[in-house]
Design a protein around this ligand. Sequence first.
Ligand code: AMP
Length: 427
Amino acid sequence: MSFEKLGVMKQLLGAINDLGYTNPTTVQTRAIPLVLAKSDIFATAQTGTGKTAAFGLPMIQRLRANSEDENRAIRGVILSPTRELSIQIYEDLQNFSKYMNLTIALLVGGKDIESQQKVLKKGVDIVIATPGRMLEHAENGLSLKSVEIFVLDEADRMLDMGFVKEIRKIHPMLPKRHQTLLFSATYSEKVRKLSKLILTKPAFIEASKKNSTVDTINQKVYLVDRERKAELLAYIIGSRNFRQVLVFTRTKASADELVLELKKDGLKCGVIHGDKTQANRLKTLNDFKEGKTRVLVATDIASRGLDIEHLPYVINYELPSIPEDYIHRVGRTGRAGRDGEAISLIDIYEKHDIKEVERLIGIKIPQESVEGFEPDPTIRRKDEDEIKLKSEHKKQEKKRAPKKVVKIVTAKSLKVTKKKRKTTKRD
Ligand code: AMP
């Protein structure tokens, strides 16, 4: 299949060619004709599958005929959960539309609203925004009455981040007739609920197996004691000569702590998390992309929207608190069909978490330990006794449960219960 056969117009083909895309990815092949045919879509696409072009290219094609009017109204809105992802989408759309005459604006928090309003006054065709900032502009008088295409990218993450209120407020500001494209990496109940509210007769696109990770990623678990994780991480990076590795921690504090430890080992690293300013995050990301730093430590919030070409390694220093985030994290590697490796360093407290991840992705991840870093077998979970006690308690409760039922049933149904018991005994 070629982009041309999908109905992509000439100016866009030129831009795609400049980007070096030769063939459309699966999600692009399915989504592009549907978006051009003005259908609503609900797509579950993993990170790195080329979903930005899947909605970006046909959206630009559909909105290509702009007017020169300074006060022309916004016809396309793309909401994304984070500033980083919004910037990434903005850059992609700028690249796609470089041979066309469309104006695209980026509306994210962390930048002053007045300068964004000035840009909007000049006339804009498409806006890419985080939900909070979009609502702020709309409540300050920005009209969304001419929107033809509304895109929710990484909808699952937006909902996890609590943006449902903003989306619910923005949605009624759109005209009755508009096209909605919903993209989500995972297929959660929350996303399904939202889709019922905002989509009309959508076409479903499942570019990948539900909640599965990208096939080209080689996933591994190394078992290690918590206090030796930093040491093991530095050892892996050094001994295997990793030149560019993205490391995830669960909290901002452990990200900062880890960076200090790695620096002691002489590793050049940067850190990205919610407490860093936007300017700082961008500089750190650029340093990493340009190879000035070898290790980038990040928390989950900051992980969205990081698109680093040829990123070969992702290491989970700590597993995420939400299993779905594992998919987002490891999706940073193995992008667009390239190979990648995802290593998770697991201590005794995370054994349950990794099982949850495996259940979600439907794969058993091979577990091993690195020589010299084997977990100490005498270390037990401090709360192990408490856990055992709780599970014993649950078992006891289950055993007691049928007796309780007998107490509250009527005489008639009691006979039935007794009869049933007899049957059970005979069996
Ligand atoms: P996305 O899932 O939109 O974040 O895209 C992931 C990466 O794949 C980005 O670096 C894109 O530039 C790249 N990409 C998207 N579509 C294609 C394609 N058809 N061929 C090659 N690379 C692509």
